[in-house]
Design a protein around this ligand. Structure first.
Ligand SMILES: *Cc1c(COP(=O)(O)O)cnc(C)c1O
Length: 221
């Protein structure tokens, strides 16, 4: 059985050490425990260990994991890190504190309406397709400036940029690009790094790091 509590402690320590070592000036990035396709008992162990920030990539599954827990933990912070269809925007705004996968103007408009209707200020990251991969979610580099400007005009609280590097690439190129873009558009947060490269991401200025298997072990199916 994986010791989830130890994993969380070790990962946080290595992230903090890496930030200190490289002088990013950011000693405590937000560690998002990615609980998608993990059994409820493992999620309960993470909660017991004091973890309160979690990421999910499907709205429906997130309700199964967190709908009930929401009532028992008032300090939970839930991040949507998977692509969002406009017809699920209402449910996503209801459940999540942060949506990291805004990648198109149509979704920005729908989210703006829902956020106003539910009067629930949520934080948003724009997901950037830094590898310009056609099959992948995320805004293409060529459309980023327009999306940022239109989202801000809609009153959305855009806090930063998020990326998932192509598996075959050196992630550092993508992390560097994301950082450069965030600086250019004056956005404070950077969501980057996963189980295989969280230390690297921390060393390059990540403020939000999304770690699944290194905390919980292999996912089901
Ligand atoms: C699943 C997922 C993660 C976590 O991946 P691990 O390799 O298990 O750490 C991080 N980010 C996104 C967007 C994901 O979908």
């Amino acid at each position: 059985m994986t010791d989830i509590s130890t994993n969380i402690t070790d990962i946080k320590a290595s992230i903090a050490a890496m930030c200190k070592h490289t002088g990013t000036g950011n000693t405590a990035p937000n560690l998002i425990a990615v609980s998608k396709r993990q059994p409820q008992e493992k999620i309960d162990l993470a909660l017991k260990a004091g973890q309160r920030v979690f990421g999910e990539n499907k709205v429906q599954e997130a309700f199964e994991h967190w709908g009930e827990n929401r009532k028992h933990y008032d300090d939970l912070e839930l991040h949507l890190i998977g692509s969002l269809q406009t017809n699920k925007a209402k449910d996503a705004v209801q459940l999540f504190d942060c949506i990291q996968t805004l990648d198109r103007i149509k979704l920005a408009r729908t989210l703006a309406k829902e956020i106003e209707k539910q009067n629930k200020p949520i934080q948003l990251f724009i997901q950037v397709n830094t590898g310009d991969e056609p099959q992948k979610g995320g805004c293409l580099l060529s459309g980023l400036e327009t999306l940022i400007n239109e989202s801000k005009d809609l009153g959305l609280n855009i806090v930063g940029l998020m990326c998932i590097p192509p598996v075959e690439d050196d992630p550092s190129l993508h992390f560097a690009l994301l950082k450069k873009l965030a600086k250019r558009y004056d956005l404070p947060k950077l969501s980057m790094g996963m189980s295989n490269d969280y230390a690297l991401a921390a060393s390059m200025g990540a403020t939000d790091i999304r770690v699944g298997t290194a905390i919980f072990g292999a996912r089901e199916n």
